[in-house]
Design a protein around this ligand. Structure first.
Ligand SMILES: Cc1ncc(COP(=O)(O)O)c(C=O)c1O
Length: 352
């Protein structure tokens, strides 16, 4: 069935092992971020086979459907309206709000369950986390906890502000960890120093030695670091491939004719005159993935798309209706494709 997303399991397996070993050499535990593929059980199984003990996802829906022997970290700050669900369906969460910490503790007591907290510190990226200068006050205001316990401190960078991790800002995290431990008067084992964008610091030996966990999504699935727009050497960039079918192949002009209004999405279209061309229509559209996030494996060029159709310039290649074109994708593309129910997901186990 097309369109489909083919997952090359040997390539993904290589990437998991590669990152795990690379981080282990620096005493860093990898917690894979699996939200991009909605924590699909077949893929999580592969991570488990590599000895991964904790996976992380931002959605409770994904964590709840996963019935495999692995610890679950909720990546997005819990909603107060979902607290009971969070404690039931996960083992740890990233936190930054006193009211949420208190509610998680109360729910953990009600559910008779121990629950882990990772306190997020905002080092300048301006997404989640307590500001460094507000940490002392935050700690003073912490309620006493019965079943919830701080298991770590963490930060997230390059997500909103595009702020890169550096030795300096990660050292601030280590300093905050010392303040947290001192306040709590117990050992807080995890210092989680960010995501894929922290990997470049390892090459430069600039990750503070106390950092002992990274939460890694993009590097494993795509062998890529968007924050520096780098392909990561030694890793596969094409573990995921979109296969889509041509439903029309015709020689047509490049310019529409008639009175021009707006396109299907309300934009006034502009077109370049390329003369006659071989145009193909692929059976997927903006409802599945925005084509800017795709890279064709054939010498074709995207022309435009509506909800269900994507139009390509076939460059007078040898194509017929029913032919399948293939594409690799960016992280954003993979996220959309995995989220579309119209895209079949196929795990391919034989090596290619
Ligand atoms: C809190 C948090 N940690 C880690 C990650 C993983 O980021 P990356 O895919 O860049 O490794 C994300 C994003 O998915 C995130 O939101």
């Amino acid at each position: 069935m097309y369109p489909r997303l083919v997952i090359d399991m040997p390539k993904l397996s290589h990437n998991i092992g590669f990152i795990k070993q690379r981080l282990e050499k620096h005493g860093i535990n990898v917690v894979p971020v699996t939200k991009v593929f909605r924590s699909m059980p077949e893929l999580i199984q592969l991570y488990i086979e590599h000895g991964i003990e904790t996976i992380s996802d931002s959605r409770m829906e994904n964590l709840e459907q996963l019935d495999l022997p692995v610890k679950k970290l909720l990546l997005r700050l819990p909603m107060l309206s979902q607290i009971e669900r969070v404690v039931k369906g996960s083992d740890q969460a990233l936190v930054s709000e006193l009211a949420v910490i208190q509610a998680l503790d109360e729910a953990a007591v009600r559910l008779d369950k121990d629950y882990g907290l990772i306190l997020m510190i905002d080092l300048g990226d301006l997404r989640e986390g307590v500001l460094v200068e507000q940490l002392d006050q935050f700690l003073q205001d912490l309620p006493p906890l019965k079943r919830a316990r701080f298991e770590g401190i963490g930060t997230n960078l390059t997500c909103y502000g595009g702020v890169l991790p550096t030795h300096e800002n990660l050292s601030q995290l280590v300093d905050c960890h010392a303040r947290l431990e001192q306040h709590l008067d117990y050992k807080v084992p995890i210092i989680s120093g960010g995501n894929t964008s922290s990997l470049y610091l390892l090459d430069e030996d600039k990750v503070p030695k106390d950092i002992n966990m990274l939460r890694i999504g993009e590097a494993i699935v795509l062998g890529h670091d968007s924050s520096l727009n780098n392909r990561l050497p030694g890793m596969h960039h094409d573990a995921f491939t979109l296969e889509a079918e041509l439903i029309e192949v015709k020689e047509k002009p490049s310019l529409p004719w008639g009175v021009i209004g707006r396109d299907a999405f309300g934009a006034v279209p502009t077109h370049q005159d390329r003369g006659m061309m071989l145009r193909g229509i692929l059976a997927f559209g903006k409802q599945d993935v925005v084509f800017d996030y795709l890279v064709p494996n054939q010498p074709v060029e995207f022309m435009g798309a509506s909800s269900d159709h994507t139009i390509v310039d076939l460059k007078y290649g040898d194509y017929q209706v029913g032919d399948i074109l293939t594409f690799t994708m960016s992280y954003a593309g993979l996220l959309q494709l995995m989220t579309s129910d119209y895209i079949e997901k196929v795990c391919r186990y034989e090596a290619r």
